[in-house]
Design a protein around this ligand. Structure first.
Ligand SMILES: [Zn+2]
Length: 431
């Protein structure tokens, strides 16, 4: 009988690839040396956690899965409005407004023919729920855990997991126990809050940020030990460890909505003609069809703003994986450069003020745009089909699902990504 195949994935939210090394991440550096280590991995746009979670789960860009940000614009009976995807109730709101959740099947749906899927997540409810929005597997999150069919698990086994090191540690312990005991699981994913948790609260490279990375490493080490035990017992485990995006340092917070109103391009702060969806170091703009004539003026005005980086409208949206639609006519990645912060960490960006998350974030970590370091997640894969070595192929978050499906001998076609078993590694150790 062939050995049982499984895929175990760990996401260290927000960990930048340039932080991987013997000094800052000894556990991950050791794993990288024994894995296929992808040196050119990229995120999606916006490089936000909820969008990234949906892209990892579906193997598709936001244009196809439909979740174009941590905050997205929807049209309801009153017109366009911005919604926060992170809120636990958003998934039901989305279904009520559009009749669906994600527009394409997610990981748990794909793997059903061979077994169950489990996600334990310690980031936002939205990022957790959009990994398996239709409840084909199990999702554990503090805001509510669900079994197959989105039937609530009561009492909630994740109720006490808070974002941060302690919650990540408790979740990791539960994850390892469950994966070891449940032979029906074909795909199990652990989504750690660190170092996103510490990076949003402190300067990148500061002692607090590095403590968050160290805490995430302890969790990765625990899962590595589990994987070794399962392999020793004869299982064919594919082990994927990576991040969803990196981070940039915030230079300045820009009140984009207010500036648009002052420029006469939007009727008022809460008006439905032109609507902003803030996404950290990026934003999208929905323009109601009745005001579509304003798109050209918006693009011209944005092009004159010192804080605006790359601007995409119309057919250009497809080049960053977004669909051109009333709810997303323009996308902007805030201006980014390579200036260094107080800890000597390069990569800085302007930030879009978010009325729902007031506070002073200048000098701390953030993401959402196309800046070099927010678009540099790390990715390492160990197991069948992945001889150890450095691989400089351009790969993306959307390649993770097809890779999982290939390992499980399931069809992996028709997705935006491709199985990475097919790429050729360079047979050399990590420097
Ligand atoms: Zn994230």
């Amino acid at each position: 009988m062939a050995p049982r195949k499984r895929v175990i994935t760990v996401i260290c939210d927000s960990l930048r690839r340039d932080f991987i090394g013997a000094e800052r991440t000894p556990v991950l550096a050791d794993l990288a040396a024994r894995s296929r280590y992808f040196t050119q991995a990229r995120g999606v746009f916006p490089s936000t956690t909820r969008t990234s979670s949906a892209s990892i789960a579906t193997g598709c860009q936001p244009a196809r899965h439909g979740l174009a940000g941590n905050c997205v614009i929807l049209r309801d009976d009153d017109g366009l409005q911005c919604h926060n995807v992170g809120h636990p109730a958003f998934i039901d709101r989305l279904r009520a407004i559009t009749g669906a959740t994600l527009k394409v099947p997610a990981l748990a749906h794909h793997v059903r023919p061979v077994g169950g899927a489990l996600l334990m997540s310690n980031v936002s409810a939205g990022a957790a729920y959009f990994h398996d929005p239709e409840g084909h597997g199990e999702v554990w999150h503090r805001a509510g855990s669900f079994g197959v069919g989105r039937i609530p698990l009561l009492p909630n086994p994740a109720a006490r997991w808070e974002s941060g090191a302690a919650g990540d540690a408790a979740m990791t312990q539960a994850f390892c126990q469950r994966v070891e005991q449940d032979e029906t699981l074909a795909a199990a994913t652990l989504w750690l809050s660190n170092p996103d948790h510490s990076g949003h609260r402190s300067p990148l490279g500061s002692s607090e940020h590095l403590l968050g990375i160290a805490a995430a490493e302890v969790c990765v080490q625990a899962v590595m030990t589990l994987v070794e035990r399962l392999r020793a017992a004869g299982e064919d485990v594919l082990f994927i460890v990576g991040s969803d995006h990196g981070m940039q340092t915030i230079i300045e917070s820009i009140p984009v909505t207010r500036l648009l109103v002052e420029a006469g391009l939007k009727a008022g702060a809460d008006s439905r003609d032109v609507v902003i969806a803030p996404n950290g170091t990026a934003f999208t703009i929905g323009v109601s069809d009745a005001h579509a004539h304003r798109i050209a003026a918006l693009v011209t005005w944005l092009g004159r703003q010192a804080w605006a980086g790359e601007i995409f409208a119309g057919a250009q949206l497809a080049t960053i994986g977004l669909a051109d639609h009333e709810t997303c006519r323009i996308a902007v990645s805030m201006r980014a450069d390579q200036r260094v912060n107080q800890a000597g960490i390069a990569g800085a960006s302007f930030y879009v003020e978010d009325p729902d998350e007031p506070g002073d974030y200048v000098g701390r970590g953030q993401h959402g745009g196309l800046g070099t370091h927010e678009q540099s997640p790390f990715l390492m894969i160990a197991g069948t089909g992945f001889a150890a070595g450095v691989d400089d192929a351009p790969v993306s978050l959307v390649d993770i699902l097809p890779t999982i499906l290939r390992h499980l001998a399931l069809p992996a076609g028709g997705l935006d990504g491709r199985p990475l078993q097919a790429t050729a590694p360079m047979p050399m150790p990590m420097p």
